[in-house]
Design a protein around this ligand. Structure first.
Ligand code: IPM
Ligand code: MG
Length: 367
């Protein structure tokens, strides 16, 4: 029997990019001697259309019964899609938040690195791009502003909205431990990003993270304010190894980290709980503007499938092979449209592939 993989294709470019990742997973399975049994799970706008809600209880149960879940993306154009006329807790994103919470996926790993081959697509200064970078963002995923008390009401005659940011020490500790464990396998540096000059929650993060650090004497811990971090990411990204941060800051900084890698279409992610189970998804959105055109970049989803093999199925060799195949494809000059920079920075061997050509090429390069 194969590994049980739930598949959430979702909305927008989701189905297109997931199909390529499944192609690559199957090819890796042929070579490395494993198989996957896929079960489709509805979530997001497509679930609203089919069932009236973004995630049904059955869908949650199905997800729980899998070894891992691979996801594309959910949601649509927030200005024009009818999904966004629904109350907030019935919109596509509510499904994703509910799934993360129901499965206890508190640790969101978002690696961002600059492939040598993509230097010309990197928007940073040439000198900075040449220095390269290879970091992993560890974002807390089931607490903070995303899950605090929320309310809109009239206070003293004025429309007033309230969002609360709450963390307890256990929520901070468990994600900090993940970050330090990851740092031990990397360059042994953790930078904890917060707003400790303003927020109580950030000051608690500093205390608890410092306590966790005592169990990791080989890891260097430092703290950085989030506004400074946003600036340092474009100024000198090579200084980062593991970036540990709370939910909202991690959401924002991970988009920034992906863009300096050349494109949002390159950034994979894993959302983990205390077990081997994980939800794997590209960090980018559903890109409704290019959905159905077959031009989306499937690499983030393919790299997410590699993370699935590594973290949930312990198939490190197959994961390495997929990552190497991605690099080979880039080296050969293959690019999706999002990775092709302005004419003047473009080199001769670059060729533009569509979504499925990129998937085919990467699958064929797995050794
Ligand atoms: C992400 C996304 C989600 C988030 C949205 C779709 C709710 O932006 O995974 O980064 O904010 O967590
Ligand atoms: Mg985001």
């Amino acid at each position: 029997m194969g590994a049980k993989i739930g598949v959430i294709k979702g909305d927008g470019i989701g189905p297109e990019v997931v199909n390529e990742a499944l192609k690559v997973l199957d090819r890796a399975g042929e070579i490395y001697g494993f198989s996957c049994d896929y079960t489709d799970i509805l979530m997001g706008g497509c679930s609203i259309d089919a069932t009236g809600v973004p995630l049904t209880d059955e869908a949650i149960e199905t997800a729980k019964a899998q070894d891992a879940v691979l996801m594309g993306s959910i949601g649509g154009n927030t200005q024009t899609s009818p999904w966004y006329k629904l109350p907030p807790d019935r919109r596509p994103e509510a499904g994703l938040l509910k799934l993360r919470k129901s499965l206890g996926l508190f640790a969101n790993l978002r690696p961002a690195r600059l492939y040598d081959e993509l230097r010309e697509a990197c928007p940073l200064k040439e000198k900075t791009a040449t220095a390269g970078f290879d970091l992993v963002m560890v974002r807390e995923l089931t607490g903070g502003l995303y899950f605090g008390h929320r309310e809109t009401k009239v206070v003293e005659g004025k429309r007033t909205a309230i969002d609360t940011l709450t963390y307890n020490e256990d929520e901070i500790r468990r994600v900090a431990i993940k970050a330090f464990d990851i740092a031990m396998k990397r360059k042994k540096s953790v930078i904890c990003v917060d707003k400790a000059n303003v927020l109580d929650s950030s000051r608690l993060w500093r205390e608890v993270v410092s306590e966790v650090a005592k169990d990791y004497p080989d890891v260097t811990l430092s703290f950085m304010l989030v506004d400074n971090c946003a600036m340092q990411l474009v100024k000198c990204p090579s200084q980062f190894d593991v970036v540990l941060t709370e939910n909202m800051f991690g959401d924002i900084l991970s988009d920034e980290a992906s863009m300096i890698s050349g494109s949002l279409g390159m950034l994979s992610s894993a959302s983990l709980n205390e077990t081997k189970f994980g939800l794997y998804e590209p960090s980018g959105g559903s890109a409704p503007d290019i959905a159905g055109k077959g031009i989306a970049n499937p690499i983030a989803t393919i790299l997410s499938a590699a993370m699935l093999l590594r973290y949930s199925l312990d198939k490190d060799a197959a994961a390495d092979a997929i990552e190497a195949a991605v690099q080979e494809a880039l080296k050969s000059g293959a690019r999706t449209a999002d990775l092709i920079p302005d004419e003047k920075r473009r080199t001769a061997n670059i060729r533009c592939l569509n979504t499925s050509e990129m998937g085919d090429l990467i699958a064929s390069l797995i050794k």
